[in-house]
Design a protein around this ligand. Structure first.
Ligand SMILES: [Zn+2]
Length: 276
């Protein structure tokens, strides 16, 4: 099905808008309308693009919008192979300032995109600096967050939440770990090894080792997929959503968190400094 383009007019935003009798109810359109009504001035003459499983709400004059629908759909299909995506609204505001308002209370500094409960916000300047591969990784990462309900799973270990999103994001990217985890590779080559799986504080915006921390988390999940199998990584994520992370790990991987940490450290060392 080709993307369906609809100009977002005042009528489309009106509460009285109803789907035609023959069309199935469109939950994403309802979501987009509700979001748009919160900041109507951002979306005057905006464009809606409906793809297979996503809906893009694109502000008039937003940069880089021309190719985005295809990229979102490809990313959604990549995520779908690992974790079913029900669908997501993608907001494309025209400026960093507008993205910052939409993302409140989360910050957008240094971000290319971010996920909320049921939608993804593109930060147009950050996103515009990415390569084609980078855009695909970021979109798949954020759509994974939406699919797994990351914004509402506050007790989950952050290394698992962010590492899993990067695991899905980097699948099929063609990027080797030494390239994709360049900052961590440099640290490890200089003799500084990660000791523990990164905690929640390490992921806060402005943290000095943010790049390395995300790379540590990604490689923890990549290690699980390679050693135990991708389906066990998914099983661990689901089990951790329901309860204590240490118990989830023992139950799904059959190892203690301590033994897992040691295995992950060896994996990181071999992968980033060992013989190619
Ligand atoms: Zn993330």
């Amino acid at each position: 099905m080709p993307p369906l383009r609809v100009r977002l007019t005042a009528a489309l935003l009106a509460a009285t808008l109803t789907a035609s009798a023959s069309a199935p109810p469109d939950d994403l359109l309802a979501q987009a309308r509700a979001i748009a009504r919160e900041h109507p001035r951002f979306w005057t003459d905006a464009t809606i693009i409906r793809t297979g499983g996503s809906l893009l709400l694109i502000a008039r004059g937003a940069p880089g919008a021309a190719t985005l629908a295809g990229e979102v759909e490809r990313a959604r299909q990549a995520v779908n192979r690992v974790w079913k995506v029900a669908g997501a609204v993608i907001l494309v505001p025209r400026s960093t300032q507008d993205a910052a308002v939409l993302a409140e209370p989360a910050g957008v500094r240094g971000m290319a995109a971010l996920a909320d409960v049921d939608h993804v916000i593109i930060e147009p300047e950050g996103f515009g600096r990415l390569s084609e591969v980078g855009r695909r990784v970021v979109l798949a990462h954020e759509l994974t967050h939406v699919a797994t309900g990351a914004a509402t799973s506050g007790d989950m270990p952050m290394w698992l939440v962010e590492g899993f999103a990067d695991y899905v994001g980097y699948l099929d990217s063609g990027l080797s770990p030494r390239v994709a985890a360049a900052e961590l590779a440099e640290e490890v080559r200089s003799g500084v090894m990660p000791q523990e799986l990164p905690g929640r504080d390490a992921f806060e915006a402005g943290s000095t080792r943010l790049a390395q921390v995300y790379e540590e988390a990604w490689l923890a999940c990549r290690y699980i997929a390679e050693r135990f199998g991708p389906e066990r990584l998914v099983a661990l994520y689901r089990a951790a959503l329901d309860g204590d992370p240490d118990t989830a790990m023992a139950r799904t991987l059959g190892v203690s968190t301590g033994d897992f940490t040691e295995g992950w450290r060896q994996y990181v060392r071999q992968l980033l400094v060992g013989p190619v």
